[in-house]
Design a protein around this ligand. Structure first.
Ligand SMILES: [Fe+2]
Ligand SMILES: [Fe+2]
Length: 264
């Protein structure tokens, strides 16, 4: 077996709390686990809503190789104008053909291994988008032979739809995982044909919250059914991330491990 590639996946990064936790812990995590490549979901980086180029740059400087996205992609409107400037940004492939940006990318590790990352959005409770299954088929068909790993961020609400994608890609992708719910699941597994899978990575943000947002406002919206502003909780984040080992010779996963770093 060739030496394995260590890929760390971070789910939705929520506001300042999530960004600070990564600034504090990511350098040690990279060293202690000999991490080759990092993917994070950036859709909630700017106070819970979208992302900006400056915030993304901070994450790239920390060692993040690719930022995936989701339904909050355009919350910071200027991101529409900058997404095409950097191929480390991806957004769901199955957005409409009018969306700027790209749905998948290939980036290299420091050792020169090529990693393909694909982003799709689900159709169940997520609005109406093109078929995510047909979209990943198109991307995988276009990915060249010399790519050492294929990783898929399935940004979706329904656990069943995400599990469906995991089995659909068994043997064709190295790791299929979910983002969007902000709650980690403990179902990490390596499927029969070598695809690692986890339904949701969980957010890197404060869990003294309702999916990263201040409890009072979110509760009022549920109880009173009146408009309320959602605001991200700005301190006390937990990091939830998942580390996958991949054999670059055959793109198959050999190990999957969840990582949790609680707030100090
Ligand atoms: Fe999110
Ligand atoms: Fe989302």
């Amino acid at each position: 077996m060739s030496e394995s590639l260590k890929v760390l996946v971070i789910g939705d990064i929520i506001g300042k709390a999530g960004r600070r936790a990564l600034q504090e812990h990511l350098p040690t995590l990279i060293d202690s686990h000999c991490i080759d490549f990092i993917i994070a979901n950036g859709e909630n980086m700017a106070h819970g809503f979208g992302l900006t180029q400056n915030l993304a740059e901070d994450m790239f400087n920390l060692g993040v190789n690719v930022l995936t996205n989701g339904n909050h992609c355009w919350d910071q409107r200027n991101f529409l104008n900058v997404i095409d400037d950097d191929d480390r940004y991806i957004r769901p492939m199955n957005f409409t053909s009018h969306a700027p940006g790209r749905g998948w990318t290939i980036q290299e590790t420091a050792a020169g291994h090529k990693i393909a990352v694909i982003n799709v959005i689900g159709q169940v409770f997520m609005g109406s988008w093109d078929c995510p299954f047909a979209a990943v088929d198109r991307a995988i068909q276009a990915i060249p032979e010399d790519v050492s790993a294929i990783i898929v961020d399935m940004h979706a609400e329904a656990t069943s739809e995400k599990m469906g994608m995991g089995w659909y890609l068994d043997g064709r992708a190295s790791f299929v995982y979910g983002t969007h719910t902000h709650i980690p699941t403990c179902d990490e597994i390596i499927h029969a044909s070598g695809t690692a899978y986890q339904t949701d990575i969980g957010m890197t943000g404060s869990y003294q919250s309702i999916i990263g947002m201040k409890i009072e406002g979110a509760l009022k919206r549920m109880v009173e059914r009146l408009p309320q502003r959602f605001e991200a909780v700005e301190r006390g984040a937990s990091i939830f991330a998942t580390l996958v080992s991949i054999d670059p010779g055959n793109r198959k996963a050999t190990a999957i491990e969840r990582i949790h770093i609680p707030p100090a």
